[in-house]
Design a protein around this ligand. Structure first.
Ligand SMILES: Cc1cc2nc3c(=O)[nH]c(=O)nc-3n(C[C@H](O)[C@H](O)[C@H](O)COP(=O)(O)OP(=O)(O)OC[C@H]3O[C@@H](n4cnc5c(N)ncnc54)[C@H](O)[C@@H]3O)c2cc1C
Length: 420
């Protein structure tokens, strides 16, 4: 990876005061305008700050909202390492649970995939996304970074012209920021991707024929590691938030309603799907404190760059959560863009920035492949007949008995190396 960039070529780089009025239209300016304070936007902001590159983050929700929204929970080793490099890992290292493997359960038997042995010592960390957000926001603000919360009407202007800028409304009225570059980190529904003219982008997408009903339960751990279960009744996942709070999912129909799933029905289904043949294991139950249903989809926008605009994270790609890749992909995009911008403002040239889309798409498609593989392997597809069912069971049998197949799953799950 290139090191921190020197004070910049285009527009004065890090020597420029952080914020200054530009006169004329009265707009402020920054080097990189970031839309969205999710994992992608905050990682990028922290990395740019380290490189001495000016950035401002515009977020439509309040700080309290982004710090309490439940989402992902699995951090790849590389994400953990990056948090350490950025000096934002202190709380995570104390509170996360580190797992050296996962269990794949089917036919009433569990099979451990030993990540540490199969990947030369790599592990995953279980640490909730909103805790990552809390750590990133606190560090960024403490170090003088700028986030504007609760803004509305963010619009990307003049992407084809000489003065790309962001307009928005905040307390006190309408505002504009002139930017050298714009980072679209605003998730699947944000305005960034739509700002790329339709003829200039191709969108690949597939909605899968099942959803996940997820619960948070106040209960001790039932399983020491994540347990991915395939059964005739459908998929189930036992994950964790802390020793006291467990995250569990069951496959449901896409048109299912949470109201049709009282707690007793969820526990009955979880018990049935995760049961083991010898009866030597028991699911530990407890009060359900939160539940909701999420769609399963795969989506990729190609390219991930349009002139001064770069798309990152869910704004560019969505992967089914079975592979636990969404947050980690967002972080990898931010690392790639930060390195490209550091080279641009330093002495490294524009080669890396020019290849941003190609580099990130390669990683995204590999994550889509792995997440679709895990999804097809473990879910009960309503369109499958007896032939496909037997092939699925043979796939599970092969996966859990072949060293090569287990190693392939392990290296993808802990995260492929960042390459550019
Ligand atoms: C319900 C749910 C459950 C998930 N569970 C998992 C999981 O278990 N494992 C996993 O790996 N992944 C999971 N994911 C995916 C993972 O959470 C995402 O991949 C990750 O959040 C992507 O980060 P991001 O920064 O790209 O986008 P986001 O986290 O979506 O952040 C985008 C930010 O942009 C802001 N924004 C949007 N529009 C605007 C606007 N107009 N102006 C300003 N700001 C705007 C949003 O408020 C948000 O804060 C889940 C996603 C969802 C929705």
């Amino acid at each position: 990876m290139p090191g921190p960039g020197r004070a910049g070529r285009r527009g004065g780089g890090a020597r420029r005061p952080k914020w200054f009025a530009r006169g004329g239209r009265g707009a402020t300016r920054t080097q990189v305008g970031i839309i969205g304070a999710g994992p992608a936007g905050l990682t990028l902001a922290l990395l740019l700050q380290r490189h001495g590159i000016d950035a401002v983050v515009l977020e439509s929700r309040s700080r309290q909202e982004i710090e309490t929204t439940l989402r992902a929970g699995v951090l790849e080793q590389a994400t953990v390492d990056l948090m350490g490099e950025l000096g934002v890992a202190e709380r995570m290292m104390r509170q996360a649970q580190f797992h050296g493997g996962i269990e794949i359960r089917f036919g009433g038997r569990g099979h451990r995939i030993d990540f540490v042995r199969l990947t030369g010592g790599r592990r995953i960390a279980l640490y909730a996304q909103h805790e990552v957000i809390k750590d990133f926001v606190a560090a960024l603000l403490e170090r003088g970074g700028r986030i504007e919360f609760s803004v509305s009407g963010v619009a990307l202007r003049d992407l084809d012209g000489a003065h790309p800028r962001l307009s928005y409304r905040a307390e006190g009225g309408a505002r504009e920021i002139d930017c050298d570059f714009i980072a679209g980190c605003d998730g699947f529904h944000g305005p960034s991707r739509a700002a790329i003219p339709e003829p200039a982008r191709t969108e690949h997408g597939q909605v899968l024929p099942f959803s996940w009903l997820g619960i948070l339960a106040q209960a001790p751990l039932s399983s020491p590691e994540l347990c991915y279960t395939h059964s005739d009744r459908g998929f189930a996942l036992l994950s964790t938030r802390s020793p006291e709070i467990q995250r569990m999912y069951i496959q449901v129909d896409p048109d299912d309603d949470v109201a049709a799933w009282p707690d007793a029905r969820i526990w009955e289904e979880l018990r049935a799907r995760t049961a083991v043949g010898d009866g030597g294991w028991r699911l530990i139950e407890g009060p359900v404190v939160q539940k909701g249903i999420v769609d399963m989809r795969a989506f990729v926008c190609d390219p991930m760059r349009y002139g001064p605009l770069f798309l990152l994270g869910d704004a560019a790609h969505i992967v089914p959560p079975t592979g636990a890749k969404g947050l980690n992909l967002a972080v990898a995009d931010a690392q790639t863009l930060a390195a490209g911008l550091a080279a641009h403002y330093g002495s490294g040239g524009d080669g890396l920035l020019g290849r941003y889309s190609e580099i990130c798409l390669r990683r995204a498609w590999r994550a889509v492949r792995f997440s679709m593989f895990m999804t097809r392997l473990l879910h009960r597809d309503p369109a499958h007949g007896p032939m496909e069912r037997r092939v699925q069971l043979a796939e599970l049998d092969y996966l859990t008995s072949s060293e090569a197949a287990m190693a392939s799953l392990a290296e993808n799950y802990v995260g492929l190396p960042l390459q550019w």
